[in-house]
Design a protein around this ligand. Structure first.
Ligand code: SAM
Ligand code: SF4
Length: 318
């Protein structure tokens, strides 16, 4: 499905819940998270119907996210339903990994191909501080389980936060040395909870290359991925650098997002939403609505003009 700038939109990120078992400081407030009514979020059947429409229109890659996707009741069932759609080539999940040890095997059997695990520090005390949850051990066990059952390649997503984890860049990079684990560094984005933090804690990802100069840019790059990939000499895994701020990649953007409440977001950094849940309830032609919406996907984000998205990242899915 092509948008009006000729970009091929083949990737849909589906947030399956607003809920989370952590409270990362840059993503979610500690308290006052409004608990949505069950009827407000997409049912499993609605997720399946919307995913089916997208796949029919040419989407072949779907990522389940949240909130924390593994706290959604029926998540294995969702994986099974979405994964069995005719035309899906890649079904992935972004998770904080806490419940992965418990679910990895069932997710793999249900049709999940791989997982990205969010982890900003390898130190238990710092982990408890940034996530407001003392669960690092569970995450590390979850990563091991994911590797064991073949939810691979396992990718670790690390948000770089000034004064917090720059000193661990080399430790994260070393994780790619002996195992086929990819580590991807992501710049802190000014969205929702992080709007006020970003100016103080933003660090350019260039720091990764400065700290580990032996990283070599890999010959093969995936143009549709926001990450530019590097490797340690003889490293088994890759090191990805994702620079949404210092170097935007809108020109190659191939994705749209569906929130847990059924709103279609054409750009992570835009406040515009199209209500697909409501359209489904009214029995409208979802495919036509999607095609019309895709034609309105903005050419690029406007972060540099200070137009920030107020909605928090846990409500969008990252
Ligand atoms: N709970 C799951 C997790 O943490 O992996 C999935 C949802 S979470 C919103 C998805 C990703 O968004 C995580 O990797 C998280 O670190 C990232 N994220 C949240 N807020 C961010 C921000 N302001 N800037 C950059 N990344 C952010
Ligand atoms: Fe939860 Fe993920 Fe947001 Fe952390 S980043 S609060 S784990 S949704």
């Amino acid at each position: 499905m092509k948008d009006s700038y000729g970009r091929n939109i083949n990737y849909l990120r589906i947030s399956v819940t607003d809920l989370c078992n952590l409270r990362c400081k840059y993503c979610m407030p500690e308290e006052g998270v409004y608990k949505v009514q069950h009827g407000d979020i997409l049912s499993i059947e609605e997720i399946e119907k919307i995913a089916k429409a997208f796949v029919h229109l040419g989407v072949n890659k779907i990522r389940l996210t949240g909130g924390e996707p593994l706290v959604r009741k029926g998540i294995v069932n969702i994986v099974e339903k979405v994964g069995s759609l005719d035309g899906i080539k890649d079904l992935a999940m972004t998770t904080n990994g806490i419940l992965l040890k418990k679910y990895a095997g069932d997710l793999k059997t249900a049709g999940l191909n791989r997982v990205n695990i969010s982890l900003d520090t390898l130190k238990a005390e710092k982990y408890a501080y940034i996530t407001r949850g003392d669960k690092l051990k569970d995450v590390l066990e979850g990563i091991e389980e994911a590797k064991k059952v073949g939810l691979t390649p396992v990718k670790i997503n690390t948000v770089l936060i000034g004064g917090f984890n720059e000193d661990e860049i080399e430790d994260f990079v070393r994780l790619t040395e002996k195992e086929e684990v990819d580590v991807r560094f992501i710049e802190l984005m000014p969205i929702g909870e992080a709007i006020d933090l970003e100016s103080e804690y933003y660090v350019s990802n260039q720091l990764v290359l400065n700290k580990v100069p032996e990283l070599i840019r890999t010959e093969i790059q995936d143009i549709s991925s926001p990450a530019v990939y590097y490797k340690l000499p003889n490293g088994k895994g890759k090191v990805g650098i994702i620079n949404p701020i210092s170097c935007k990649f809108c020109e190659y953007c191939n994705r749209v997002r569906l929130t847990a409440r059924g709103k279609l977001k054409l750009c992570l950094h835009s406040n515009e939403e199209i209500d697909l849940k409501n359209a489904l309830i009214k029995g409208e032609d979802i495919e036509k609505i999607i095609i019309d919406a895709i034609m309105k996907k903005p050419e690029s984000h406007k972060l540099e003009s200070g137009e920030y998205v107020k909605k928090k990242m846990y409500q969008i899915g990252g």
